[in-house]
Design a protein around this ligand. Structure first.
Ligand code: SF4
Length: 327
C-alpha cells in the first residue's frame, strides 16, 4: 500500500510536470524502441539540453535501425560531432547492425540479449527494458540514485554501494505504467531533487523523505580517482596548415585525427600549456613546435581557417583554436 501511494504520487506529479522531450513523442512501438536506444546512448555522459538538437538531427537523417546499420561512417561521426565520447556512436551503429542481422530488426526485449550488444551495459539495458518495453524495472541512473539516497537518508559508504542501492530501490515499488514510472523518477531527480538546493517544497514525496525531515540534503560521494597523465604534443606547420595523424596509439579517440602526441611517464619539470579532462584522465599537455624530418603514416594537413569543414574530435579542435590564439 505504501509503495502504491509513493508510485501514484510520483506518476501524478510527472503527468503534470514532465518535460516535452523529442524521444518521448507518442509513436509506434518500433519507433519508440529506436528513439529510446538513440537517446539513451546520447544521454550517457551528456545533459538532456545538449542532447535534444543532436537527437532531432540524428533522427531526421537516420530514421530507423535499418538505416543506421547502413549509414556512412564519416557522415555518422559528423552527426555526432560535438557530443564527444565517440565510441558511443560506433557502438550504436554496431548494435544496429547486429539487431538488423540477428534479431529480425527488433531490439531484444530481455536483459541478457540487450547486454550482449555493443555499448549496452546494466544501466542502458534496464532503461531500454523499462522505457521501450514497459517492463517493471527501475534503472538506477544518477537522478534516481540521488532521489533514493535522499529519500532514505543513505549517508555512509556501505549504504551508497551500488549493491545496496539496487536492494533499496524496492522502496519505489512498480507500476503498470512502468515506462512512465521510470521516466517519472528520472524526471523527479532532474527537475526537483537537484544535486544542490533541491526544490523540496514542490516534491510529491517530501512528507516521508528522511532528508527533508532532517533538513540535511548533503550527498556522500565516492572520490573518483582521476589519473594524472602527461603528454608531449608536437606541432608541425606548413603553409599555415597543421599536421594531424590518425590515432592508432592511444585508447582514447581511437582512429580519430589528433595532433602527434607521446605520453610521458612521470616527467620532471613538466610545464603544461593545456589541460583536458577526458573520461577519468586528467591530461596535462605540453606543446612543442617541431620540424618534419620524414613523412608520417596516416597523416593529414588541415587548414585552421576551414576547421568547421573537418570531421574532428572537439579535443583536436580546441587545440587548433589554442594554437591560433597563441601564435
Ligand atoms: S523532499 Fe527534497 S530531498 Fe526529498 S526527495 Fe524530494 S526533493 Fe529530494
Amino acid at each position: 500500500m505504501k509503495e502504491l501511494i509513493i508510485t501514484n504520487k510520483i506518476l501524478n506529479w510527472y503527468d503534470i510536470h514532465k518535460r516535452t522531450l523529442p524521444w518521448r513523442k507518442k509513436t509506434s512501438s518500433k519507433k519508440k524502441q529506436y528513439y529510446t536506444l538513440v537517446s539513451e546512448f546520447m544521454l550517457q555522459q551528456t545533459q538532456v539540453a545538449t542532447v535534444i538538437p543532436y537527437f532531432n538531427r540524428f533522427i531526421k537523417y537516420i530514421p530507423n535501425l535499418e538505416a543506421l546499420a547502413k549509414f556512412n561512417d564519416q557522415k555518422l561521426i559528423k552527426l555526432w560531432e560535438g557530443l564527444g565520447y565517440y565510441s558511443r556512436v560506433k557502438n550504436l551503429k554496431k548494435t544496429a547492425q547486429i539487431v538488423t542481422k540477428n534479431f529480425n530488426k527488433n531490439l531484444p526485449d530481455n536483459l541478457l540479449d540487450l547486454k550482449s550488444l555493443p555499448g549496452i551495459g546494466d544501466y542502458t539495458a534496464s532503461a531500454i527494458m523499462a522505457i521501450a518495453f514497459n517492463k517493471p524495472i527501475i534503472p538506477l541512473d544518477g537522478n534516481i540514485e540521488r532521489v533514493l539516497k535522499r529519500y532514505l537518508y543513505l549517508k555512509n559508504e556501505n549504504q551508497i554501494q551500488k549493491d545496496n542501492l539496487v536492494k533499496q530501490k524496492i522502496i519505489f515499488g512498480t507500476s503498470i505504467r512502468a515506462s512512465d514510472y521510470a521516466q517519472a523518477l528520472m524526471e523527479l531527480g532532474a527537475l526537483i531533487c537537484k544535486p544542490t538546493n533541491p526544490y523540496c517544497e514542490k516534491c510529491p514525496i517530501s512528507k516521508k523523505c528522511k532528508s527533508f525531515i532532517k533538513k540535511d540534503f548533503a550527498l556522500i560521494k565516492f572520490k573518483k580517482d582521476n589519473k594524472e597523465k602527461y603528454f608531449l604534443l608536437k606541432v608541425y606547420k606548413k603553409d599555415n596548415k597543421y599536421l594531424l595523424v590518425k590515432n592508432k596509439n592511444f585508447n582514447f579517440l581511437k582512429n580519430f585525427n589528433i595532433f602527434p602526441m607521446q605520453e610521458l611517464i612521470k616527467p620532471k619539470n613538466f610545464k603544461k600549456n593545456l589541460n583536458f579532462k577526458m573520461s577519468n584522465m586528467n591530461m596535462n599537455i605540453k606543446i612543442q613546435n617541431d620540424r618534419m624530418i620524414k613523412p608520417m603514416s596516416f597523416s593529414y594537413w588541415i587548414d585552421p581557417k576551414k576547421l568547421k569543414n573537418y570531421t574532428l574530435p572537439t579535443f583536436t579542435k580546441k587545440i587548433v583554436t589554442y594554437l591560433e590564439n597563441h601564435r
